[in-house]
Design a binder for this molecule. Structure first.
Ligand code: ADP
Length: 506
């Protein structure tokens, strides 16, 4: 790989508890686009600083795409698709190369995890989980190229029709900042289906995308097949959505941006799949194991400081156990150590940005003004970095904004309910439908309630479990299309019916 720009980060990395290999990488790498197998540094559109959310300080600078970089990345992906360098490669060969990518991610997992802590502010232990998920997800999709098949529909005897499943073409993947290395799983799904990809990472977390594309090249995935475009949503992201040479967009992010993308894509009748936000109901019935439920309901909102699409931000509790559960949740939440994402004793890390911190603080004010009872937290911590206390509102009514809007921060709304019908009604009374949790020891209820919940995922007596073969996505305004599993491939394939007249039967 050649580097067309040699700008290196100048930050003092000696204070960072990272491996020498990661420090060297960060000192020497260009946080740029990857176009046609080449890392491209800043052009006329310049750079943006990359902030460490734990300190609020800039640690590096990244290239920002202008229209010419957008054009170049799309041209590279289009050319790679049309000449068949990947699309028409022997499926077994595709599998070997994707498997090799998984292996290389595993080899570099520590480096990727450390880099995700630096720009994502993700607790080191959690970023290790993300890197492992990247390995597993790519491994899972590496098995698919030889398993894709079409069908032969029943037709009159003088005709044969082959309904083949073909790649869509050039896929634009527009991704968020809350699990930077995990985005390679979506890349692998699109590649397993035979497409070329342009990955647009979030501007807050540009670093590991470059490394992932480099590892893909090392794994034998040809140049131009996996490109990276760095920059802002309104230029790089919107540029992919608007361009006629990008055939489909897979987006993960906020509802507002998803809505804008779907509207912009409509102008070209372009396919989109959207994995958006949620306001997931975590329902605890009176027959639940309250200790297990308290552990899970707390972890489901404090994990990654609540910056997870499936955060169980509405805790619905049966009134008869309300006080006992709330006491246990507070117990598990009040002593948590909040600190630098690299600190091994930290249990809660920073939010991604100053904007996000303001947003969370704004919702705490809204909750207070709406008359909810603040029973824990409520404040920003320190003035360096973007830290916020775990915050619990009790006595929340489902009509309040803190129960209806996605906060994407460590804020839990606790809502009492009386009956199973009541719980289902409140859980479903939301614009969102990404996920839900149910805690009960009644086996009939454990089957009955999930059937009635309007959500793409329901976890029973567990929460936020993920596995690469299990489809993941939302209903209602949480989006459409599915990440993970065989169903994700549907977003990256299209069906062609080939009719052949073979003459009348003798
Ligand atoms: P947040 O507001 O938390 O940053 P977004 O949903 O806006 O979350 O961002 C997710 C991804 O969408 C990022 O990669 C961002 O750059 C991109 N994005 C933002 N606005 C647009 C847009 N109008 N068109 C396409 N992509 C966008």
């Amino acid at each position: 790989m050649t580097q067309t720009d040699d700008r290196h980060t100048t930050v003092d990395l000696s204070a960072y508890p990272i491996s020498e290999a990661t420090a060297h990488r960060l000192r020497t790498m260009t946080i740029g686009h990857v176009i046609d197998g080449v890392v491209v540094g800043p052009g006329s559109s310049g750079t943006l600083p990359v902030y460490d959310p734990s300190t609020g300080r800039a640690v590096a600078s990244m290239a920002v795409a202008g229209p010419s970089e957008v054009e170049a990345a799309i041209a590279s992906a289009r050319q790679a698709f049309e000449d068949g360098r990947w699309q028409f490669l022997d499926p077994l060969d595709k599998e070997r190369r994707l498997r090799e990518l998984s292996r290389l991610i595993a080899v570099h997992a520590e480096e990727l995890a450390e880099l995700d802590v630096i720009d994502g502010g993700i607790l080191r232990v959690y970023s290790g989980f993300i890197a492992k998920f990247a390995v597993d997800g790519v491994d899972y999709y590496s098995g698919w190229p030889t398993k894709l098949q079409g069908s032969i529909p029943a037709t009159p005897g003088d005709i044969v029709v082959r309904a083949t499943r073909e790649p869509v073409g050039v896929v634009g993947l527009i991704m968020p900042w809350n699990g930077p290395s995990a985005v390679v799983v979506a890349v692998a799904a699109a590649l397993a289906a035979g497409n070329s990809v342009i990955l647009k990472p979030a501007e807050q977390t540009p670093i590991t995308a470059v490394r992932l594309a480099e590892l893909a090249l090392e794994a034998g995935i040809p140049p131009g097949v996996f490109n990276v475009l760095q920059g802002t949503g309104d230029v790089a992201g919107a540029g992919l959505v608007a361009h006629p040479d990008v055939d489909t967009i897979a987006f993960t992010g906020s509802v507002d941006t998803g809505r804008r993308i779907q509207a912009a894509a409509a102008a070209r009748v372009k396919r989109v799949s959207l994995e958006l936000g949620g306001k997931s109901a975590h329902i605890v019935f009176e027959d639940a194991d309250l200790d297990a439920a308290a552990d899970a309901t707390a972890a489901a909102v404090w994990g990654n400081s609540g910056q997870v699409c499936t955060a169980g931000s509405r805790v619905l509790v049966q009134r008869s156990v309300h006080d006992r559960l709330l006491e246990r949740i507070i117990d598990r939440s009040k002593g948590l150590t909040i600190g630098n994402a690299f600190d091994p004793t930290a249990q809660i890390g920073p939010l991604i940005s100053a904007d996000q911190l303001d947003r969370v603080a704004g919702y705490v004010t809204i909750g207070r003004d709406e008359g909810a009872e603040l029973v824990l937290g409520g404040s920003r911590i320190g003035d360096a970095g973007y830290f916020h206390e775990p915050t619990i509102f009790a006595g929340v009514d489902n009509s309040m904004r803190i129960a209806r809007e996605e906060i994407f921060g460590p804020v839990m709304s606790v809502i009492p309910f009386d009956s199973e019908d009541d719980a289902v009604r409140v859980a479903n009374d939301s614009e969102f439908g990404l996920a839900a949790g149910v805690w009960t020891q009644d086996v009939s209820r454990a089957h009955r309630v999930p059937r009635r919940l309007k959500a793409g995922t329901v976890w029973v007596n567990t929460y936020q479990a993920v596995y690469p073969s299990v489809p993941y996505g939302g209903v209602k305004q949480s989006g459409h299309g599915r990440n993970l599993g065989a169903e994700s491939l549907d977003d990256f394939l299209q069906t062609k019916s080939v009719w052949t007249r073979i003459g009348a039967e003798p």
